[in-house]
Ligand binder design. Sequence first.
Ligand code: PMP
Length: 424
Amino acid sequence: FTPAELSAIRADFPLLTRTVRDGKPLVYLDSAATSQKPDPVLDTEQDFYLHRNAAVHRGAHHVAEEATDAFEGARAHIAQFVGADTDELIWTSGATTAINIVAYGIQNATLGRGGAAAQRFAIQPGDTIVVTETEHHANLIPWQELAHRTGATLHWISVDDNGRLRTEELATVVTERTKILAFTHASNVTGAITDVAAFVARAREVGALTVLDACQSVPHLPVNFHELGVDFAAFSGHKMLGPTGVGMLYGRRELLEALPPVLFGGSMVEVVTMTDTTFMPPPQRFEAGTQPVAQAVALGAAAQYLHEIGMDRVYAHEQELARQLLTVSEVPGVTVIGPTDTHNRLAVVSFTVDGVHAHDVGQILDDAGIAVRVGHHCAQPLHRRFGIASTSRASASIYTTTDEITTFVESLATVQAFFGVSTH
Ligand code: PMP
């Protein structure tokens, strides 16, 4: 972005103008946890409540029709944005729910629900489910649980010392017994982007289903699920400039048609008797109960906002920020967990400071107005792999400036000086 373009973008985000800790400008470097929201998203959500609020799909009145149009229009916008057909996208409360819907749907198929068509998903004892060592707990624990409940075994692709997935392990870890290959598109800890094509190719060779955690990719790079060729994918609204409480599950149409639903109630049924029920086709059959309608409509606005700027340009901007963030690896005593090259990565950098606990790093940075995340970032196994319990993580987004990153990198010296561990 030109400086003028970046200023215009920042002017759309009201929260970025606030100060913290006695008047210090906020340097928000926690966008991998949740992004800030631009005016068009905030306005769309409020406009919905002010002018269009009604129950969707049910009401036979004018406002309900407008609400339904806004809700379904948002689904269509997002479908275009992520390269999916409109009826291949299911509203959920977030990525965690989306991944659990797939895991529980497979469990229901294994229990014999969903008829003959669902049997393609059934898991036998001795089958394997493969994940990666870099997964967020949201794309690990649902598969651990499914393995426990079906007698399947969980295996994983490991990471190398640079924090990159050892893609070559696909040839041996993924076998004819593998039913599911669940993996992240980009790590929320290391920022490393996965070679999705290699994962999809191997899964196809053995007939395994692919489940992509696209939480960190959809907000930061051009993503097209049809082109990636994955079977299922999950992402969250709040990380892509949208509201909390809404996310989406993508599934290839023929798979969604065969997968048994997991949540039951209103809005997903055709005929209900006292003993049995037939379900609507997807996506509605996975959308039991009242959906987060205002949030969904606002998420449509977030996708529009990103689309208008252009995801190629967003990625290019964040590549520059990544390059600059990685200069922390040159600070003596600072160790970056994950790749330190700018190739195939996001502007997400997790690091340790020798002699200083991550929580203390976070606190000293916070005193300077700099917001980072500290802890295990919901990826305990990855931290264990590197022999550490916690890291500090700085992560950027569309609105982050190079000046902010300079402030952050310079402040690390203050952290070291405060704790008397400076190696300068
Ligand atoms: N996967 C990744 C890679 C994430 O970064 C996150 C959010 N931290 C999730 C899954 C879970 O998303 P949510 O909490 O919005 O369901």
